[in-house]
Structures are given as structure tokens and as C-alpha cells.
Design a protein around this ligand. Structure first.
Ligand code: IMP
Length: 209
């Protein structure tokens, strides 16, 4: 049986305030006080893992060791079947553009184009199946851990459609829908997303539903 969180404080291993808000809203009703790694000034470890699970564990372990508290981290990305699971853990890296006019940044259109270019190179019959993955890792100060994996299966379409969401949302059509993630209302997306799936598993296991 998985170790249980109980109540108390939990470090969320993110420096992204949007993620902290979303995660706090889900966990605080269960009596947990969520504190971000950013607000504690904890370092951000290098994400050197080869899988989403490895990277989520690296981030949660680092935050737990540095704070002495239970830590929760997530790692997510897009896996394309015909590309052997790429970009996978490199999903954000594929959007990294060179320094441009003195500014570093991410170009999601370029990243989506890179995926599309590789699929096109493989020929017109290349399957377009893909899935967003989200892994949540909980790590206790004594090193014990629990991992929850969420999935949103679907396929890739081209050209990009829709203006909502972020990242690769404009080319991802979730299973059972004709709209891309970027054309769906955020509430609809959040009901079926890989993140919702992973959190549902965590909540069911930790708090019984
Ligand atoms: P990380 O988990 O914050 O490292 O994010 C990895 C990358 O995966 C993000 O920068 C996004 O590009 C991509 N990604 C994760 N979730 C989504 C999503 O719901 N829609 C679009 N892209 C996503």
C-alpha cells in the first residue's frame, strides 16, 4: 500500500506560479498546505532523466532533500508514436530557440513544425497517433516515493488550430474529439487532460477518491 500524505505542509517542486495555483486548488481541500520550491528559494535541479518518471523523481527528491519536507513534482510532455516517443522528455527543449535579439525564449510554432516535418518525411501514411503524458512524483524526506502516471491519448493534426492553451495544444486532437486542445474551453481540456488523469489517480490513492 502506498504511504499516505495525511495533513500538513507539502513542497510543490515548481517555480511556476500557475502550476502552484492549479496544484494548490486540488490539494488544499484535502487539508494540505502547499508551498512552492520557488518561495523557499530551493535550487532547480537539472532534468537529466530519460523518462518522465525519472525527471519527476529528480525534481521531487531535490525539493524534499533541500526542505526536509514531503515534496510533489510533475513532469509532462508529448510522445509521438511514429517518432519512437519523441519529443518525450525533450518536449520543451524542441521549442528552445537560439538567442534572438538578446532574448532567449521558446517558439512553439517552430516546435510543432519540427514534429510535423519529421512526420511528413516519413511519408503520407505515417500514423499520427500521439499522447500527452504527465507524471506526478511524491517523495518523503526518508526517500520513500509514490508515482502517478496520467495520459491523454490522441493524434496530431496540421496546420495548428485554436488560440487557447499553450505549448503543442494547437496540433493535438484528443481521442473522441474533433477539436484541438487549443480549440477546447480550458475547463473541457482540464477534464480530459493528462494532468487531470494523473491528479485523479493521486487523489484516489491518497484520499480515497
Ligand atoms: P514540464 O512538465 O513543465 O517540463 O513541461 C514540458 C512541456 O510539455 C511543456 O513545456 C509543454 O510544451 C509540454 N506540455 C505539457 N503539457 C502540455 C499541455 O497540456 N499542452 C501542451 N503542451 C504541454
Amino acid at each position: 500500500m502506498t504511504r499516505k500524505l495525511g495533513s500538513g505542509s507539502l513542497v510543490i517542486a515548481t517555480h511556476n506560479t500557475g502550476k502552484l495555483k492549479e496544484i494548490s486548488a486540488l490539494l488544499e481541500p484535502h487539508g494540505l498546505n502547499c508551498i512552492s520550491a520557488g518561495s523557499l528559494g530551493l535550487p532547480e535541479p537539472a532534468e537529466t532523466g530519460k523518462t518522465f518518471v525519472e525527471n519527476a523523481l529528480i525534481k521531487a527528491r531535490s525539493a524534499s532533500e533541500a526542505s526536509g519536507m514531503v515534496a510533489l513534482a510533475d513532469d509532462s510532455g508529448l510522445s509521438v508514436d511514429a517518432l519512437g516517443g519523441r519529443p518525450g522528455v525533450y518536449t520543451a527543449d524542441w521549442a528552445e530557440r537560439q538567442w534572438f535579439e538578446g532574448e532567449p525564449g521558446r517558439d512553439w510554432y517552430m516546435a510543432m513544425g519540427k514534429v510535423e516535418g519529421l512526420l511528413t518525411e516519413n511519408g503520407p501514411d505515417t500514423p499520427r497517433d500521439a499522447a500527452f503524458h504527465c507524471v506526478l512524483a511524491l517523495v518523503w524526506p526518508d526517500g520513500e516515493h509514490a508515482v502517478y502516471e496520467g495520459l491523454a491519448p490522441g493524434s496530431l493534426s496540421w496546420p495548428p488550430r485554436g488560440t487557447m492553451g499553450f505549448g503543442y495544444d494547437p496540433v493535438f486532437v484528443p481521442e473522441g474529439s474533433e477539436l484541438t486542445f487549443a480549440e477546447l474551453d480550458p475547463e473541457q481540456k482540464h477534464r480530459i487532460s493528462h494532468r487531470a488523469d494523473a491528479f485523479a489517480k493521486l487523489v484516489a490513492d491518497q484520499f480515497g477518491g
